[in-house]
Every structure is written in C-alpha cells, then in structure tokens.
Ligand binder design. Sequence first.
Ligand SMILES: NC(=O)C1=CN([C@@H]2O[C@H](COP(=O)(O)OP(=O)(O)OC[C@H]3O[C@@H](n4cnc5c(N)ncnc54)[C@H](O)[C@@H]3O)[C@@H](O)[C@H]2O)C=CC1
Ligand SMILES: O=C(CO)[C@H](O)[C@H](O)COP(=O)(O)O
Length: 299
Amino acid sequence: MQLGVIGLGRMGRIVVDRTLDAGHDIVAYDVAEEAVESAAKAGAEPADSVADLAEKLGEEKRIWLMVPAGEPVDAALEDLEPYLDGDDVVVDGGNSYFEDSVRRGETTSAAYLDCGTSGGPAGAELGFSLMVGGPEWAYDELTPVFDAVATGPDGHDRMGESGSGHYVKMVHNGVEYALMQTYGEGFELLHEGRYDLDLEAVARTWNNGAVIRSWLLELCEEAFREEGTDLGDVADHIAGGSTGTWTVQEALEQEVPVPLIYEALSERFGSRAPEDGRFSRRLANRLRYGFGRHEVKRD
Ligand SMILES: NC(=O)C1=CN([C@@H]2O[C@H](COP(=O)(O)OP(=O)(O)OC[C@H]3O[C@@H](n4cnc5c(N)ncnc54)[C@H](O)[C@@H]3O)[C@@H](O)[C@H]2O)C=CC1
Ligand SMILES: O=C(CO)[C@H](O)[C@H](O)COP(=O)(O)O
C-alpha cells in the first residue's frame, strides 16, 4: 500500500520505519526539512509540502497524521482538503481530544480514523498498541498498515464510531498518570523509610514475578539504574497534563468517580509551584523520558 505520513518526529518516524519494513511505499512530509531528508534516506519518497504529498499519492489516498494535537492537525487537514474525497482515508495517530476528532470526522471529505497510539518511542521495536475509531470500511482498508505499525494483528482494534479511538486513549493516559503516581508514592516511602534500600534492586525484584510487575515498573528500574537510587539531579517538575485533564473533565461530566487519576493530575499541577522537591514527582519526570523520550527537567 502507498501511505502518506505527515509529521516525522519521535512517533511519525516510527510509523515510517515500520511501514517501510513491512514493504509499503511511503511519501513523507514534515515542516522540518531535516526530518524529511532523514525519512528519505530510510527509503521514503520526500514531499516538500502537504499539497506535494497529496499530489504524489495515487487516486485513493491513505494518509497518516502524526503531528502535535490541536492546531497542527487542523492545519494539515485544511491543506489536504482540496485533494480529498470519500474514497480516501486519513488517520490521526496523535493524542487529539476526542471531540475534535468527532468534528474532524464530520467536516473532512475523506473517511477519518481517530487512532490512539500507545507504546511511545521506547516501544518502537515492539510496535504500538492502536485504538481506532471511525468507519469500519476505512479501518478494514488500513488493516495492513495497522498490522505493521502495531505489535501485530492483536495490537490494534476498532473501538467503535468516530471519536472512540481517542476517547479510549484519553482514559489510557489517565490510567498511566495514576500508575506513575502509585509507583512514585511506593518508592518515595521506601526512599524515605527506615531501611537503606537500593531501589533498582527493589524494582528488579518486583519485576521478576511480583503482582505489580509492569513496563512502567521496568522503566522505574531503568531510571534508578541510570540516575542512582536517589534519582540524582532529576527535578521535582512534571510537565504534560492535557490528556489527564480531559479524562478528569469527562469523568466529572459522566459522574464517574476517578479520585486516583485526579490526585495524580493534581500532583503534576502542584509540582509546578515552587516548593521542596517531591521524590514521586521526580520519578514521574524521569519515567516520561523512559516511555516517551520527553525531556527530563533537571535542577
Ligand atoms: N511521544 C510519545 O510518547 C507519544 C506521542 N503521541 C502523540 O503523537 C503525536 C506526535 O508526537 P511526537 O512524535 O512525540 O512529537 P514530536 O514533537 O517528536 O514530532 C512532531 C512532528 O510534527 C512536525 N509538525 C508539527 N506541525 C506540523 C505540521 N503542521 N505539518 C507537518 N509537520 C508538523 C514537527 O516538525 C515534528 O517533527 C502527538 O499528538 C503526541 O501527543 C502519542 C503517543 C505517545
Ligand atoms: O500518550 C503518551 C504516552 O501514552 C505520551 O507520552 C503523552 O505525551 C503522555 O502524556 P503527558 O505528556 O501528559 O505525560
């Protein structure tokens, strides 16, 4: 299949590499020229604008957006719109707000798939977990691409109608915040508590057979190994927060209690006020590098 990929950063580049490896033909565009050059070196056909990308694609266009959520998605869709019709398919693989995706599904001429993507740059070799919303025929049509980008056929599924993919990913991120918070609290107690513990050894032991083993706990182990058991100069500051905020807003609207997700979100907001460093938040700061290659804020 021929696929256009717009947005060649940490995540989009993985979409390019994995689909090329699976034998698909890629046309690649990014506002950053060096990202396009690098994708071309890997085997993609370079495009120098969204219009150029659309013109290089055949009659039935299949396009994957992997740009930051919000205005960049609308900008790319506006440039694509003159080239699209109902036989085309556009996938938004970023962390877009689900109501934006519903709106875009209604206003874009192509079939629109909202695709929640999990696994992060650190999971590139394994492939991603993909949560897809939108028209069934478009999901079926893109299945060979989803097979390549995901861990395999079990790593993606159609969640339901338009918006449902990004809705599921939003809640996934709320869970991610709460898990990070609870690991942080446990390790903070162990760090401040009565024994002089090697936290890398604790995490490694837990990761081998314990009930609470997980990929995030493996990333805790990696953080202690690379930063030291006291996390060295990792700052008490957690960035991000948009998907967690949407999760809490939606929970309030649905009258579903989500106290753990709310507490995790408020810890992030609290971390941005000047105060004494909190160990749990410093660990969360470092874990975001582990799974997302987000910048580690340092003192
Ligand atoms: N990094 C992560 O762990 C994950 C990120 N995501 C989501 O995936 C999307 C992309 O994230 P990353 O790759 O991490 O971001 P990134 O910042 O590494 O890459 C974004 C790329 O989009 C390009 N870009 C921005 N505006 C553009 C436009 N109008 N036209 C063409 N290119 C444009 C930038 O030059 C950059 O190369 C975001 O929505 C993010 O929330 C989803 C899951 C995990
Ligand atoms: O979706 C992701 C992981 O699943 C991204 O890494 C996202 O950036 C995480 O959210 P935040 O930036 O609010 O920590």
